[in-house]
Design a protein around this ligand. Structure first.
Ligand code: NAP
Length: 242
């Protein structure tokens, strides 16, 4: 099987790419600007005996995604597993949030999910097998002050997931989402110490999550062990919402 993982140059995306490589999948490693980091992900995948190729592409742009999917198909065959992982935050209270900050988060976190799903699902339908896995967030499930843009898009990813699951289920394609809590990556490293302490106090397991723990859930959803799970959102949060 071949997987396309967006935002795989760092963090959760890289961990997913490596977890897939460990399970024998070839990997198309997408990134926006981190060419060196993407090359490192490719090396980590290749070291596990699979083919991996890095593709620079701003996933918020449909035409660019179309070009990337074409190149990935040429280099690695079709895309059997799509992971919509690329995401950004542009936090701030609504009263101070510019239109630009809202639109940016919409484009990268939600429009991208449309772009890539639209481009790869036809191939999966022909093969009568496919997996679409999208990264949501606990912010999309429960809300988070200072993140109306981010929470809105992450909630929308869940609606998108449920609807697409109903559209393509009869063709052997499952569509699921993962809602991580607080995972230690560059995204959360940027948070102020006070916000980190407050988050930690709410986590039942008493620690932050690791990217590899989210990656294992993605690998499970991509596997045949999860063949009867679709339209679902799995929370990987250490019990932050309990
Ligand atoms: P991260 O460490 O900030 O990495 C973000 C990745 O997305 C990078 O590979 C980056 O590429 C890529 N990216 C950003 N904008 C892009 C664009 N326009 N086109 C293509 N790639 C783009 O993030 P992360 O923490 O691993 O998060 C991964 C996903 O999990 C996101 O969807 C995030 O919202 C979600 N999530 C994370 C957490 C958490 O606690 N970390 C919690 C809940 C949900 P470059 O390296 O080229 O910039």
């Amino acid at each position: 099987m071949t997987a396309l993982v967006t935002g795989a140059s760092r963090g959760i995306g890289r961990a997913i790419a490596v977890a897939f490589a460990e399970r024998g999948h070839d990997v198309a490693v997408n990134y926006a600007s981190g060419a060196d980091s993407a090359r490192e992900t490719v090396k980590l995948c290749e070291a596990r005996g699979v083919r991996a190729v890095a593709f620079a592409c701003d996933v918020s742009r449909y035409a660019a995604c179309q070009e990337m999917v074409g190149k990935a198909e040429e280099a690695l065959g079709g895309v059997d597993i799509l992971v919509n992982n690329a995401g950004i935050t542009r936090d701030g209270l609504l009263m101070r949030m510019s239109e630009e900050r809202f639109d940016e988060v919409y484009s990268v976190n939600l429009k991208s999910v449309y772009n890539l799903s639209r481009l790869v699902v036809a191939g999966m339908m022909k093969k009568r097998w496919g997996r679409v896995i999208s990264l949501s967030s606990v912010a999309g499930l429960y809300g988070n002050a200072g993140q109306v843009n981010y929470s809105a898009m992450k909630a929308a990813v869940i609606g998108f997931t449920k609807s697409l699951a109903k559209e393509v289920g009869s063709r052997g394609i499952t569509v699921n989402a993962i809602a991580p809590g607080f995972i230690e990556t560059d995204m959360t490293a940027a948070l102020p110490e006070k916000a980190r302490e407050e988050a930690l106090a709410r986590i039942a397991l008493g620690r932050f999550g690791q990217a590899e723990e989210v990656a294992k859930t993605a690998a499970f959803l991509a596997s045949d062990d999860a063949a009867y799970i679709t339209g679902h959102t799995i929370e990987v949060s250490g019990g932050i919402s309990l």
